[in-house]
Design a protein around this ligand. Structure first.
Ligand code: ITT
Length: 224
């Protein structure tokens, strides 16, 4: 089965192809994104919109850079900050802080209109909009889960979420590889931009989320 990765970002597609046994096709479509403090809610909404657009099995990815000294900013606003403030100035702002710790967080969200009968221990959040999750529920939503929302016209298809996190430190830009914030994110003495794609995948937020997604897809294929 071919899975379609709906994203405008070819860097993400290269990383996904390293992980998934299934052929991955990119659909370069700018899926509408809701504003939300929680990446999972953004990704679930994005996956459902992508599925409605294609009517095929799709996955999307939503990621962000969370700087500890700024209480997680830019986090879900990483794309906007990247395009406005820019990576160099994010580094300069962070360099004025004693604490330069940060993390990349990412969520892969999959939707194919099926009910995911084979999902191990799915959490069914029936009839609940991601936007209405309480703070406690959002805090709890850091494990892989199935999210179902009712968008009004009958039942919206469920979405399966896979989370990944990697801790690191913000440093002066180094390296030519990767994309986005990679040049200023250091993990184990190297920035992500100084790593090959497979090295980055082995430790990155996306790699961790994709590994879980790949396992789930493989298990689902064998149980169907
Ligand atoms: P989509 O079409 O998939 O949404 P995007 O590039 O807008 O592509 P996100 O909204 O998920 O993706 O990304 C938010 C920002 O974080 C954006 O500026 C990315 O370049 C950056 N980013 C995401 N993943 C990253 C990674 O692995 N390394 C460096 N920067 C990353």
């Amino acid at each position: 089965m071919t899975v379609t990765f709906v994203t405008t970002n070819p860097g993400k597609v290269n990383e996904a192809r390293e992980y998934l046994a299934e052929p991955v096709e990119q659909l370069d479509f700018d899926t509408p994104e809701i504003q939300h403090a929680d990446l999972g809610a953004i990704a679930a909404h994005k996956a459902r919109a992508a599925y409605e657009h294609t009517d095929e099995p799709v996955f999307v990815d939503d990621a962000g850079l969370f700087v500890d000294a700024f209480d997680g900013f830019p986090g879900p606003y990483s794309s906007y900050v990247h395009d406005t403030v820019g990576v160099e100035r994010v580094w300069r702002l962070t360099s004025e802080e004693d604490d330069r710790a940060a993390s990349f967080r990412g969520v892969v969200a999959y939707c194919d209109g099926e009910d995911f009968e084979a999902t191990p221990e799915p959490v069914d959040r029936d009839d609940r909009r991601g936007q209405d999750l309480s703070a406690d529920e959002r805090a709890a939503a850091t494990t892989d889960e199935q999210v179902r929302t009712d968008e009004g016209d009958g039942e919206a298809p469920p979405v399966k979420l896979f989370y990944g996190v990697v801790p690191g430190e913000i440093v002066a830009p180094r390296g030519d590889g990767g994309f986005g914030y990679d040049p200023i994110f250091e993990y184990d003495d190297r920035t992500f931009a100084e790593m090959d794609p497979d090295e980055k995948n082995a430790v990155s937020h996306r790699g961790r989320a994709l590994a879980k997604f790949a396992d789930w897809l493989a298990e689902r294929d064998t149980t169907e």
